[in-house]
Design a protein around this ligand. Structure first.
Ligand code: NAD
Ligand code: ZN
Length: 351
């Protein structure tokens, strides 16, 4: 691979959309490994970046390769890496962490104060045949299918983090609303069913509701002007204990405010850019509002184990790496069920 180049799908500068480029195959330095990509999930956040530029992570003023949901095989070890094995299948934690700040030391590493970078969000990600990663960001996936494992590294992990954050607010036999049953929401429904006795209500556009039922929603509600009244009725007038909003526009945040019950929780995960109305008694008294970010390393490790035990379904629609622009078009047009995953076939995929 000496001095070879490879195709990569890159953001050339902050306000331009992604494009194909050729870049050198990277070489691992101290503490790093080179990963031969096997599968990469495509996220709605990529569309936000392409449309609006980097908004949610510190932008570095240089081009980078997209792709923050990455699984592959260790191909080469950098100096000092002794505990990874060439050929081992690994998932990459999308957020790099410093490991020494108060948050990292407390296990809240997804809120790291000094994050060195983010694969595919500000630094090179996995939409290229090879990805350079720090050894410390890898989670071994054992014999999990890489195509199934890829969505764990963002969609699944972020949904797990979002569910874990609302658990303390859910009463026994309580109610939870999940808004937006796409890549992330499909995991959240199942993880709520695994972890709680709550009645789970899914809210999405009408054509997505049968999928939501199939992934564990007890009730499905069309996202329209009557959604709040329907949900209130389902809860006997009390409202719901927790809402996880994977859309995050004005209308969905208004819905969250209208249906949450006192002392409940609203968790905003979607980056739709909406605003939550907030004044005394609206949301109701005692309500906690949070916006959770991705997942901790511990949550990713735990989720990989849960997946190995086959405890939930991972819905993927696969595309060859070369066809990733079609995959993004389908994601934008709402044609994906679960996660779009691009696959890298063989040693020189799409070269
Ligand atoms: P997706 O495109 O796969 O799914 C979005 C779902 O929302 C679809 O099912 C769609 O039909 C539904 N939807 C759209 N408009 C709706 C409306 N008005 N009411 C109800 N449902 C509606 O997206 P995804 O990849 O699952 O990402 C979801 C959101 O999470 C995005 O905004 C993404 O940027 C964000 N995200 C946040 C984090 C984080 O760490 N906070 C991490 C990853 C993704
Ligand atoms: Zn994402």
């Amino acid at each position: 691979m000496a001095d070879e180049t490879m195709p990569a799908y890159r953001i050339p500068s902050i306000h331009s959309s992604a494009q194909w480029s050729r870049v050198p195959v990277p070489k691992p330095s101290s503490g790093e490994v080179l990963i031969r990509m096997a599968a990469a999930g495509l996220c709605h956040t990529d569309l936000e970046i392409m449309d609006k530029g980097a908004q949610f992570v510190p932008h570095k003023d240089r081009p980078y390769t997209l792709g923050h949901e990455n699984v592959g095989y260790v191909a080469a070890l950098g100096p000092g890496v002794t505990d990874a094995v060439v050929g081992e299948a690994v998932a990459v934690n999308s957020g790099m962490t410093c490991g020494t700040c108060e948050y990292c030391l407390a296990g809240q590493d997804n809120y790291c104060e000094n994050p060195p970078g983010f694969y595919g969000l500000s630094d090179d990600g996995g939409l290229a045949p090879y990805l350079l990663a720090r050894r410390r960001d890898l989670v071994s996936i054992g014999d999990l299918d890489p195509i199934q494992a890829a969505p764990l590294a963002d969609a699944g992990g972020t949904a797990y983090g979002a569910v874990n954050a609302v658990l303390p607010y859910i009463r026994p036999n309580g109610f939870v609303v999940v808004i937006g049953i796409g890549g992330l929401g499909s995991f959240a429904l199942q993880l709520l069913r695994l972890n709680t006795s709550a009645t789970v209500i899914a809210v999405d556009l009408a054509d997505k509701l049968s999928h939501a039922s199939g992934r564990g929603a007890h009730h499905t509600v069309t996202s329209d002007a009557s959604a709040a009244a329907t949900i209130k009725e389902l809860t006997g007038g009390h409202g719901v204990d927790a809402i996880i909003d994977f859309v995050g526009i004005d209308a969905t945040l208004r819905l969250a405010t209208d249906v949450v019950r006192p002392t409940g929780c609203i968790n905003l995960v979607g980056t739709g850019g909406g605003t939550l109305p907030f004044r005394f008694q609206n949301p109701p008294l005692g309500v906690h509002v949070v916006a959770t970010a991705s997942y901790s390393m511990r949550e990713l490790q735990d989720l990989v184990r849960l997946a190995q035990r086959g405890l939930f379904t991972i819905d993927v629609t696969t595309y060859a790496f070369q066809d990733l622009e079609q995959a993004y078009r389908d994601l934008r047009d709402g044609r994906i069920v679960g996660r779009a995953v691009v696959t890298f076939d063989g040693d020189r995929p799409g070269w």
